[in-house]
Design a protein around this ligand. Structure first.
Ligand SMILES: Nc1ncnc2c1ncn2[C@@H]1O[C@H](COP(=O)(O)OP(=O)(O)OP(=O)(O)O)[C@@H](O)[C@H]1O
Length: 251
């Protein structure tokens, strides 16, 4: 069955503009002249084989690494010059980023709520504990949680500041199918309610079909195909996004 096209909830206000980004690590060009944009309320997926340059792209957009060339504008501001202002309205979650393991789940969320200088930190933490069903885990140390449970804490942390732009690197990689399904629904709903935009990498094609309005396929640090899941399936004569992925990846 062909995937349905998802329409963004809000108008096409540019929230993120990345223009001709380049990043080299020694002799490896991880990102090679990549341009992409994300509109307000839009959920954009970045797909590609291992090593295609997805995480490097996200890390540049988050200001974690500096591009060798190109420009990044977030909320209309140049990231290089307005880093603090921009990043206070952005958040990020990835399974490879560790939270402080010796702290209790509630303490971790309280600490980030303070860092983000939230106006009602206790109420917001309680809201997210409820939303991500973390009540039974809130008095347990992060280091004692399973990887899927830790992922839920990461995602709760990522939503604390109701970010205008949420960047997720394989957000549900460690979740069982039931938790993954519920979390995808929660993320989509949270994004719609906050009017947040999301930029997501994932190797789960059904997740991308379900969540993303627009998808970019990367190969060798470049975007090689873009469109909604339905447009891409039509263009490649594929039944679903998984088939598109294989066709794009195999040239
Ligand atoms: N810090 C680094 N030092 C050297 N090379 C790096 C570094 N980070 C990434 N690379 C290289 O850049 C290329 C792109 O890596 P990147 O992590 O962006 O890929 P990816 O698309 O996120 O892959 P995956 O799906 O496996 O997570 C790879 O060849 C990788 O080895």
């Amino acid at each position: 069955m062909r995937p349905a096209t998802r329409e963004p909830q809000a108008g096409p206000v540019p929230l993120l503009d990345a223009i001709r980004l380049v990043k080299r690590f020694g002799t490896v060009t991880a990102v090679d002249g990549l341009s992409l944009s994300v509109a307000e309320g839009e959920v954009v997926g970045l797909l590609g084989l291992n090593g295609a340059g997805k995480s490097t792209t996200l890390h540049m957009l988050l200001g974690l690494i500096t591009p060798d060339a190109g420009q990044i504008r977030v909320f209309g501001l140049d990231l290089a010059r307005h880093r603090t202002e921009v990043l206070s309205q952005v958040n990020f979650a990835a399974s490879y980023v560790d939270l402080p393991g010796v702290l209790l789940v509630r303490e971790v969320l309280d600490a980030f709520a303070m860092l983000y200088a939230l106006r009602r930190p206790k109420a917001r933490v309680a809201e997210l504990i409820e939303l991500f069903d973390l009540g039974p885990l809130s008095e347990r140390r992060v280091m004692d949680l399973s990887s899927g449970q830790r992922t839920r804490v990461q995602l709760a942390k990522a939503l604390l500041n109701a970010p205008r732009l949420l960047v997720l690197d394989e957000p549900t990689a460690n979740l069982d199918p039931d938790a993954g399904d519920r979390i995808r629904g929660l993320l989509s709903r949270a994004a719609e309610e906050n009017g947040s935009a999301m930029l997501i990498t994932s190797h789960n094609m059904r997740e991308v079909e379900r969540m993303c309005h627009r998808i970019h396929f990367m190969a060798g640090g470049r975007i090689v195909a873009s469109g909604s899941a339905a447009e891409l399936a039509g263009r490649y004569g594929a039944e679903d996004l998984e088939e598109v992925f294989l066709k794009v990846a195999r040239g």
